[in-house]
Write a protein that binds this ligand. Structure first.
Ligand code: ATP
Length: 259
């Protein structure tokens, strides 16, 4: 049994925003949208957010711009949604799907039909038009022997570009093997997801998604040539290197405070 203690978090609390996100994730767990393991994944994210100073850095902005360009250029973009994503940013995920005219696919490692339906319901509450991956998981991602390998023919299976967030790395690798472009949002620049994706946004999803939506809106007005040029200049390895170097520099600087 989970004992839920609700407190009023004062705005003046130095970790107010972070505590609110925790509340959201825990509430979603009690509703059956997030699994307990999702809380651990959130904690790992918090740790890396701490290391980057809980702000969107230049390396994330570069990746957000590239992601927006790639999504606008895609012929069939699909946005993959898991429990944590639905708990934290359902509104922005739905807005992004509308801007791109893209399906949302529920894709879960800890899949149960009930959980997938609960996530679909949240997305629909925010106005989602097409949510797949609940009762139409008839296709397979080769090489994935778990629930994440079962996908919808109208979603990830058909996509040329897939946006994944807060994921595990083997799926990213499998999607790449299928020739798909993978855009990842992951606070951990060392994760397999981050390293295997074509474009990695090292930032908290709650900050990155609103920026991505705005950038997509702007880029929809640009020519395809201009967007393709922008992508030509993008280098994901460089972005990951910058993210890791930023953390290393920051830690070195902080360590000097204890001389
Ligand atoms: P991999 O298999 O890619 O190495 P992993 O095993 O660490 O990844 P998970 O355990 O599924 O993958 O963890 C999810 C990832 O999501 C973690 O890397 C974590 O840093 C990241 N994450 C958690 N919360 C957030 C968030 N709010 N925004 C962005 N990333 C997050």
């Amino acid at each position: 049994m989970v004992i839920r203690v609700k407190v009023n978090i004062p705005r003046s609390h130095p970790r107010y925003e972070s505590l609110l996100l925790r509340e959201k994730i825990v509430d979603a767990m009690i509703e059956g949208v997030v699994v307990p393991e999702g809380l651990i994944a959130h904690g790992r994210g918090e740790c890396f957010d701490y290391l980057i100073g809980e702000k969107t850095r230049d390396f994330a902005i570069k990746a957000i711009n590239a992601a927006a360009a790639r999504l606008v250029l895609a012929s069939y973009p699909v946005i993959s949604v898991n429990g944590n994503t639905a708990a934290l940013v359902a509104d922005k995920i739905v807005e992004l799907a509308h801007e791109l005219n893209a399906p949302l696919e529920v894709n879960l490692f800890y899949y149960t039909r009930k959980r997938a339906e609960a996530i679909k319901k949240i997305l629909e509450k925010y106005g989602a038009d097409l949510v797949v991956g609940v009762d139409d998981r008839s296709k397979e991602i080769k090489g994935l022997e778990h629930e994440r390998g079962k996908v919808s023919p109208r979603g990830i299976y058909r996509a040329d570009v897939v946006l994944v967030a807060l994921e595990d790395g083997d799926r990213t690798e499998a999607l790449r093997r299928m020739g798909k472009t993978v855009i990842a949002i992951d606070l951990n620049p060392l994760s397999r997801t981050a390293r295997k994706a074509n474009i990695t946004i090292v930032d908290n999803i709650v900050r990155a998604l609103p920026l991505l939506v705005e950038r997509v809106k702007t880029y929809k007005k640009k020519s395809r040539e201009e967007l393709a040029r922008l992508l030509d200049f993008y280098n994901n390895e460089e972005v990951l290197r910058e993210a890791i170097a930023y953390i290393a520099r920051r830690l070195t600087k902080l360590s000097r405070e204890y001389k």
